[in-house]
Write a protein that binds this ligand. Structure first.
Ligand code: NAD
Length: 442
């Protein structure tokens, strides 16, 4: 299957790569229009397949998939290359960029169409052809999109979607000699395997991986803004977003008040049937994942931490028809040590830890003391402090007094075990093209 897809992508490359950016842009915009036309059907499918709420799929996943195509349809028209002059030598140097070839794209299950299109859009906008593999757990919307490709005018062979497991289809793609670049979003463990497997071919890799994201809340933070946003950053999409907060550091002066208000609000979150538009949290992706997330709560309890709400503390009343689903309440843990696995490992579920801190210096060190470095949030009304702290945090993205506000023009990605490379208007353009420096002497 992967062999046939790569062959088809390779055959389509000469024609697609020779189209002008404007021609490719028009096709991307048409595809965006078609997905938008079918937004409700896509949202329903994403919610049923993944377990996320219909509201999240309607307002985040599918609109963003549409926007991914529109964004790169526009940005591809505005890149310029570099030029320098060496007058004494009678030379000008300039750079030219060309698509690389067949791009292998591999995406995870938490934001299925959103993340798949975040790779397909820049790859094809730059003139590459692609073989994309969505997660085997959530492939329905990718399959629905396949049916729109022809209508949008995407030539045969430009976008090939392979459905299969990571160890079979994913690895075949990673090892294929005719796929010179791999863009992967998923776990750090899988990224290590991909790095090893692709090494003999010296492939170009972009790796967007896990996180253990801190929120740092100083005692001058506006709690009216901070509490609802930190609830969202902890529990949105069942906590199954790589950017979710899972370590909340609160300055000691406001620790008790914050905790009281935060837990009271967390208890109000409605968990249940994902198709119910009034529900805040749907189901986790699988039984195994639910068990894994629950096991972290048990480990924290065994270590002496206090579970203040959610798992094991409150009872979850589910509607009939959903009782066998993989649901879990938003869970807040306090009195947990920084060395605990709950403070060190990515849980990727609706579990967040709240701890106290005293000084700026101390909290920066503690926030940085994990292997990950994806995102962080800082809450304070002191502008100087937010700048200082943001500069010193080891994270590819720092939000101050907000969360998940994204400008797709700017780099997205993590440091340390959270990834290699960045994605965004310029970064994706650079990743998906090969640069050449040409010197002209007159
Ligand atoms: P995963 O690593 O298990 O799987 C991701 C994708 O890789 C899937 O399509 C899977 O089939 C494939 N895969 C698995 N083994 C493979 C192999 N040996 N070779 C090639 N492909 C293989 O991750 P997941 O459980 O689907 O997703 C959750 C993880 O993704 C979390 O760690 C989360 O933080 C991370 N994530 C990161 C970002 C980001 O932008 N940094 C965004 C979303 C999710």
């Amino acid at each position: 299957m992967v062999e046939a897809a790569v062959k088809s992508a390779k055959a389509a490359f000469p024609i697609w790569s020779s189209k002008s950016p404007l021609e490719r842009s028009q096709i991307l915009n048409k595809l965006a229009d078609l997905i938008e036309r079918d937004l409700e059907a896509f949202a329903q499918a994403e919610s049923k397949d993944q377990g996320k709420t219909i509201t999240f799929a309607r307002t985040v996943d599918i609109p963003r998939a549409v926007y991914n195509f529109r964004f790169f349809a526009s940005s591809i028209l505005h890149h310029t290359t570099e030029c320098t002059e060496m007058a004494t030598m009678g030379c000008v140097h300039y750079t030219s960029r060309a698509p690389v070839g067949v791009a292998g794209l591999i995406s995870p299950w938490n934001l299925p169409l959103y993340l798949l299109t975040w790779k397909i859009a820049p790859a094809i906008a730059c003139g590459n052809t692609v073989v994309a593999k969505p997660s085997e757990m959530t492939s329905v919307t990718a399959w629905m999109m396949c049916k729109l490709l022809e209508k949008a005018g995407v030539p045969h062979g430009v976008v090939n979607i392979v459905f299969g497991t990571g160890t079979k289809a994913g690895e075949a793609l990673v090892c294929h000699p005719d796929v010179p670049l791999i863009s992967f979003t998923g776990s750090t463990l899988t990224a290590q395997r991909i790095t090893e497997k692709s090494a003999p071919h010296c492939k170009r890799l972009s790796l967007e991986l896990g996180g253990k994201n801190p929120a740092i809340i100083f005692d001058d933070a506006d709690l009216m803004q901070c509490i609802p946003t930190t609830l969202r950053s902890s529990f949105a999409n069942q906590g199954e977003i790589c950017l979710c907060t899972s370590r909340i550091f609160v300055q000691r002066g406001i620790y008790s008040e914050f905790l009281k208000r935060f837990v009271a609000e967390a208890k109000k979150w409605k968990v249940g049937n994902p198709s119910d538009p009034t529900v805040d949290m749907g189901a986790l992706i699988s039984k195994e994942h639910l068990e894994k997330v629950r096991s972290y709560v048990k480990k924290a309890q065994a270590e002496g931490a206090r579970v203040l709400c959610g798992e094991g503390v409150d009872s979850l009343a589910l509607p009939t028809g959903n009782q066998k689903g993989y649901f879990m309440l938003p869970t807040v843990i306090a009195k947990v040590k920084d060395e605990s696995c709950c403070m060190q490992e990515e849980i990727f579920g609706p579990v967040t830890c709240v701890v106290a801190f005293d000084t700026e210096e101390e909290v920066i060190e503690r926030a940085n003391s994990v292997k990950y470095g994806l995102a962080a949030t800082v809450w304070s009304s002191n502008v100087g402090r937010v700048h200082r702290v943001a500069q010193r945090l080891q994270a590819g993205l720092v939000w101050t007094n907000c969360w998940l506000v994204r400008d797709l023009n700017l780099p997205f990605g993590g440091m340390k075990a959270s990834g290699i490379g960045r994605e965004g208007a310029k970064d994706s353009y650079e990743f998906f093209t090969e640069v050449k420096t040409i010197t002209i002497k007159h």
